[in-house]
Ligand binder design. Structure first.
Ligand SMILES: [Zn+2]
Length: 297
């Protein structure tokens, strides 16, 4: 499981003034076990060997993030079918109440009840939503979500969207549905997970075009992702220009390498393009998420 890396988890806490990781998952234990079983089987939505590095108890995983100096993190639940968002959201609210570093996170699904529970979550102060199109198999521009996107756009609450076709695409993935949602709701705060892998250029264009569309770094520039869906180096100058629109994400705990390797991948970018050096990295790992989601210090 452990690859040879120059940077180890023990080195990570030295990062300034800490890390702000928008893309971390915490799920109810029974749901987490089912998700990990999919990864262990390299199930149809995974498509490859995916040995998980951090599969301790919830408490152990929280402690691991603290030891890494992750000062604030998303706790992104995601609904894979109708009727489950309420359960996941109740659990995630409790998690955020008992773990002060966790953002209060919630999910939604195209179902009539979303028109009720989403505004209630917004009124309560939910901090981030997550939707997973590849797993949930729904269209982002499903008519059942139109009013939901309007409410979220008005509130300014960020939505982390797994819309890219990685690791295994289906009829619901790709940039077009998000493009249509953003045309209707141009002020929606959308965070494109995995920089939209593998449709990098299309999602980069969306982030360039829309004031509140961001990209997260989840699994990007790791050896694991570089082998499967390498980021085109000709896009580096545009990624550098987007310095205030890129957010640290890791996918902890369901990653097949040590956490430090995510940071190592980002650090290596500075050797490949001068605009992706230390200043860019500090913005990505701290300043941008602080501006978007609030300062935890
Ligand atoms: Zn994820």
């Amino acid at each position: 499981m452990v690859e040879e890396v120059a940077l180890t988890d023990a080195d990570v806490p030295a990062w300034w003034p800490g890390l702000y990781d928008v893309h971390v998952h915490f799920l109810p234990p029974n749901v987490q076990a089912k998700v990990w079983a999919q990864f262990d089987r390299a199930g149809p939505k995974i498509g490859r060997e995916w040995p998980i590095s951090y599969r301790g108890s919830e408490e152990e995983r929280v402690d691991q993030l603290r030891a890494l100096g992750v000062r604030r993190f998303g706790a992104l639940p995601y609904a894979h079918r109708p009727g489950i968002a309420g359960y996941l959201n109740d659990w995630a609210r409790g998690f955020a109440e008992r773990v002060p570093e966790a953002l209060w996170s919630a999910t939604l699904y195209p179902e009539p009840e979303a028109a009720t529970y989403v505004p209630e979550l917004i009124a309560g102060g939910v901090e981030v939503f997550k939707v997973h199109v590849q797993v949930g198999e729904f269209h982002l521009d499903d008519p059942l979500l139109d009013g939901v996107w309007a409410a979220i756009a008005d509130a300014g609450t960020p939505v982390v969207v797994h819309a890219g076709s990685g690791p295994v695409g289906n009829a619901f993935t790709g940039p077009e549905p998000l493009r249509r949602v953003l045309e209707r709701h141009p002020l929606l705060t959308a965070v494109v997970a995995h920089m939209g892998a593998p449709e990098y250029v299309e999602f980069l264009e969306l982030a360039e075009r829309h004031e509140r569309t961001y990209l997260d770094t989840t699994m990007m520039f790791t050896d694991f992702f570089d082998a499967a869906a390498p980021y085109p180096s000709e896009l580096f100058p545009r990624l550098a220009d987007l310095a205030d629109k890129v957010l640290l994400g890791s996918d902890f705990p369901t990653i097949p390498y040590p956490y430090a390797h995510q940071l190592e991948g980002l650090t290596r970018l500075g050797e490949r393009h001068p605009g992706l050096g230390e200043d860019w990295l500090r913005a990505v790992c701290w300043e941008n998420p602080v501006r978007l989601l609030g300062d935890p210090l």
